[in-house]
Design a protein around this ligand. Sequence first.
Ligand code: GLY
Length: 594
Amino acid sequence: MKPIYLLSLIALVSCSGMSSGPYETKIHHVTIAKGQLKKDHELITSDVSITTQGVFASRAAHAMFKKGGNIIDAAMAASFVLAVERPQSTGLGGGGFALFHDVKRDKDFPLTVDFREKAPIKAHEKMFLDDQGNVISRMSLDGIFSSGVPGMVAGMTELHKSHGSLPLKVVMRDAIDLAAKGFKVYPELAYALSRRENIIKRFKATCKIFCNKKGEILKEGDLLVQRDLAKTLRTIARKGRRGFYKGWVAKALVGEHRRLGGLMTYNDLNKYNVKYRDPIRANYHGYEVFSMSPPSSGGVHIVEILNILKNDDLKTYGVQHARTVHLRASAMQAAFSDRANYLGDSDYTYVPVVGLTSQKYADEVRHSIPENQALNGLWSNFSNDPFKYDAKNDSELIKKYESPETTHFTIADGKGNVFVSTQTLNGYLGSGIVVPGTGILLNNEMDDFATKPGANNLFGAVGGKKNLVQPEKRPLSSMSPTIVLKDGKPVLALGTPAGTKILTCVVQTIMNYLDHDMPLYEAITATRIHHQWKPNILYIEDSKLPKNTIEHLKRMGHELRFKKFGCRIQAIAFENGKLHGVSDPRGRGLVSGH
Ligand code: GLY
């Protein structure tokens, strides 16, 4: 176990005269100062820890423990309060994934729960194309066809039924109260509403909630009250899953699809099924990493990137050295090239998980990475083939990536139970449609399918056949709730929103913490990079890398772009019998616990 570190700052020093091969400087990170824990965003406790992107959500989850509830009661409270507090990210009309390390469970891997949205039964692979076969602009992003069959209520109520201890009406009470009484619009929500102003105004039921009496969208400081949502939540609190997939809520959902010519029927709601999957797992430097399996690409590529870099001693160089950035970026490119080629919903298409996560394959990929030269997007020129290390063969192509919204929370208790869940409506406010009378925002998760092989979507990643729409299929995701164990005991649990950046932000945090021995807060606040193969750009968060690193990367041929990333890691580490929670200070969030 790592020792507990109080907040410390990382300094990067370049030591002249320590040239190493093609790299001009050797950079170490050293602790130069100690300070207080950042208020609300870092907390060390003994019994329980909750870190979410919602202030109300963390408090509500904490309150469940205080009432004598367990980790699933807390997860229920967090999920449903987040659905009220972050309508830009998640909601009853969305879906998600969760990993639950239950100390009482006899299996040696966490319960891995898939409550991702599904394509309606009437959906088909050409549904977003016009008569000429061209993608119809924004059809998969806005409006009724962008919406898949929601899974969030099914997933969470099923988990509560099997593992919860407090009554449903208790774990949902805070969500109901928050929706009914309202709360002030905070900056992140105000920004999201402004970005979706047009779609909010297009749908009367949406504007009824997110606009003021004059029909203008709510601004920071305005009160957001969601009375209809409170009514729906009360129904679910009374009836569980049936309160959403049957009865008046189901009638309203299907009615709105009918009214707008959409595809979802009662049959879709009846047939919605939660899937229990085996997680992706890997041994990494003495730890066991567990993450989400397909239809998420997250776990496969987190493990692939870790394996590719496993035998490089990057700690010697430090996280901001050009060599570290170059190798991380190259491994990411390999992973995203493979994502484009091999990933989809494994219930519908063969995904060579064994090959992609094998060390032999990773070693082969590592040998293909030039030591001192950017790959320039030419990854496909190398003949890496995961099928050599897998059971079957398949050469179809996929292209795809997702929106930067979504939310993640992590909960742990002193007994060693851990719950991580990433939940989403996909883009800000999902499809933009609120089902009249219910307060439910419908997701736009259909955009996570490939609308057509070879078509680029809003964020520029590439998609293909394995991720084409099929009835009842789940769209490819990057959501990566992740738990790291050592000798069967939890060490680190984490996840984040941010579309394709989810998996690269999670993998960097794991490496920063486990390999570079950075304190958790610094592992999360360190400058991040992202490369997703296409476009051929090495994204660097803001421009906080040392100047000589930037220059060196440019000389290697990397095309750099500086921007803010949407990642908001919510992590808990187990350190010397304590729970060390950090909610990424880049955004709204709260670590709560005792
Ligand atoms: N919609 C975001 C994701 O599933 O990755």
